[in-house]
Design a binder for this molecule. Structure first.
Ligand code: GSH
Length: 232
């Protein structure tokens, strides 16, 4: 399998949360794959997926996009490998976590990270990234940068359901980490690669840190990935 992943100016640095979902899902299922560095403006290189975003997974003749669709494909194609969803209603409940992270956590986190991502992206992506993100967020990157502390406070409040859940159980999925944990953790991968060292995403005593340490232990290759600044 080949995984097209968003890359920074340093092609070894892979910062996209949606790509981290797929990479961690492949690792969880213990499936071998190659990763291919891709930049925002290289739409032609993933045109055969019929759209312009990553992750894109090439699995034999299949060219699959969207991290959720890829997770379902891996689960259905490799039922003999460790499950991403667990039995019963696991897939349906993981879908809710997927949508909550995509539609609530990512927008809050992007208001923290986007000005810093603009510094990380490859030269070919710089103008595209700035103009597309300023249009999407309705504000300039400079204005966002000046509001970072407030954006971090908002993000910490948004994370409260995750925090209170994890104060009562080891993982989002129960006693072992499954895809719901991967989706939430992938957002923290994005943050710890993009956020400069002078800013703390979480308070020092945030109980989420204990779960993040457990995720680092479960996925050591994520903790050690190029560009990761903060170890949990
Ligand atoms: N729903 C998609 C979202 C994919 C997505 O937004 N990917 C971003 C990187 S995290 C991207 O490729 N953006 C390209 C662009 O904005 O031009 C998924 O979960 O895979």
């Amino acid at each position: 399998m080949e995984l097209f992943e968003l890359a920074a100016a340093d092609p070894a640095v892979r910062f996209s949360p949606n790509c981290w979902r797929t990479r961690l899902a492949l690792d969880h299922k213990q499936l071998p794959y190659d990763t291919i560095a891709w930049h925002f403006t290289e739409k032609d290189r993933i045109a055969r997926s019929g759209q312009g975003k990553v992750p894109v997974l090439v699995d034999g003749d299949a060219v699959i996009h969207d991290s959720w669709v890829i997770a379902c494909h891996l689960e259905d194609r490799h039922p003999d490998r460790p499950s991403l969803f667990g039995p019963g209603s696991g897939r349906a409940l993981a879908r809710f976590v997927n949508q909550w992270v995509s539609e609530v956590v990512h927008p809050a986190l992007s208001r923290v990270l986007v000005p810093d991502i603009a510094e990380l992206v490859a030269a070919c992506d710089r103008d595209y990234f700035r103009s597309s993100r300023e249009a999407a967020l309705g504000t300039s990157l400079d204005a966002l940068r000046s509001q970072r502390d407030a954006a971090i406070a908002t993000l910490r409040a948004v994370l409260q359901p995750l925090r209170s859940t994890l104060q009562g159980q080891t993982f989002v999925s129960g006693s072992t980490p499954l895809y719901a944990d991967i989706v939430a953790f992938a957002a923290f991968q994005w943050a710890r690669i993009c956020l400069p060292g002078d800013a703390a995403l979480l308070a020092a005593d945030d109980p989420l840190r204990a779960w993040l340490r457990r995720m680092d232990d479960a996925f050591p290759q994520a903790a050690q990935a190029p560009g990761v600044r903060e170890r949990f």
